[in-house]
Design a protein around this ligand. Structure first.
Ligand code: C2E
Ligand code: CA
Ligand code: CA
Ligand code: CA
Length: 284
């Protein structure tokens, strides 16, 4: 920390030093954490807006750190990403999620199995073994490719050329659904969407916040209306994130959004709970 500059600066520096040390020590224990089985996955249901049924769930990784307790992905995914550990960690998430989805297979009475959504980071996209690994994981789990959705952020794909998109296209050709995550937060131009091998847009939470309570923010309504109409024109399905109230869910259903995810339905939780939720809605 700098000595000069008064208390305020010393405090600020001490603070950022502490953060740097914390980052460093977390980064150092990441590889062992994977070996020691300290990561676990919570699942958050994805609900079809037209009838309220659970269609699947997004896998969200957490780290049960022996000293710090449960850490969220925002605290360690960037570290795993910058050290390359994201590739083995991401493969572990995929394996776990695929096994889990296989065991949900018989849950629910409606058409089709529950699907599982798994997040892919930019380094995983660039990793040359992505397609082979994914195929092997699906094979080992006995999971149909159509029961998997890979979520890729809009920003990870901006500027990607045909070579860089090929792995995703191959996965899409195998039947894996590709979703464009955090849609609307990047600067991809809309005509670019046509070139991407995606079948779902996941609309960022920032667009639906203005609909939590009536009256809805009229600008947000217009924007969502526009995105839904564009998406449906391109034959893409629309999932909305961060649905926290019934008012919001009603609005988004009326606006034609297909699928919703958020605290209004369920917070991320253990995999057994999804089974219970989907059985409950199948029998109601
Ligand atoms: P994301 O993919 O955009 O995931 C949605 C985040 O929103 C999750 O945060 C989820 O818990 C949170 N959320 C869900 N419903 C609501 C709601 O109604 N209101 C609010 N305010 N938040 C809600 P989480 O679990 O902390 O994950 C943060 C990010 O970490 C994810 O954002 C994703 O980008 C990343 N992540 C999580 N798991 C993985 C993983 O296995 N691999 C990679 N590469 N990234 C992951
Ligand atoms: Ca996601
Ligand atoms: Ca998202
Ligand atoms: Ca997000």
């Amino acid at each position: 920390a700098k000595a000069a500059g008064g208390n305020r600066y010393e405090l600020a520096d001490a603070d950022s030093d502490a953060r740097a040390i914390a980052r460093h020590s977390l980064t150092n224990c990441l590889p062992a954490a994977l070996d020691n089985g300290e990561f676990f996955i919570e699942y958050q249901p994805l609900v079809r807006l037209s009838d309220g049924t659970v269609r699947g769930a997004e896998a969200l990784v957490r780290w049960l750190h022996p000293a710090h307790g449960v850490l969220g992905p925002d605290q360690f995914i960037p570290l795993a990403e910058s050290t390359g550990l994201i590739v083995p960690l991401g493969r572990w998430v995929l394996e776990e999620a695929a096994r889990q989805a296989r065991s949900w297979k018989s849950a629910g009475q409606y058409e089709g199995p529950l699907r599982v959504n798994v997040n892919l980071s930019p380094s995983q996209l660039r990793y040359p073994g992505l397609v082979a690994d994914t195929v092997a994981v699906l094979d080992d789990a006995g999971l149909d490719p159509t029961a998997l959705c890979l979520e890729v952020t809009e920003n990870a794909l901006i500027g990607a050329d045909e070579d860089e998109l090929r792995p995703l296209r191959e996965l899409a050709d195998l039947g894996v659904d590709i979703a464009l995550d955090d849609f609307g937060t990047g600067y991809s131009n809309l005509s670019y969407l046509r070139r991407l091998p995606v079948s779902t847009l996941k609309l960022d939470r920032s667009f639906t916040r203005g609909m939590q309570r009536a009256p809805a923010d009229p600008v947000d309504v217009k924007i969502v209306e526009g995105i839904v109409s564009l998406a449906h024109t391109l034959d893409l399905s629309v999932t909305v994130e961060g649905v926290e109230t019934g008012t919001q869910a009603d609005h988004l259903r009326l606006l034609g959004c297909d699928t919703a995810q958020g605290w209004y339905y369920a917070r991320p939780g253990p995999p057994e709970r999804l089974h219970t939720l989907s059985l409950a809605d199948a029998s109601s």
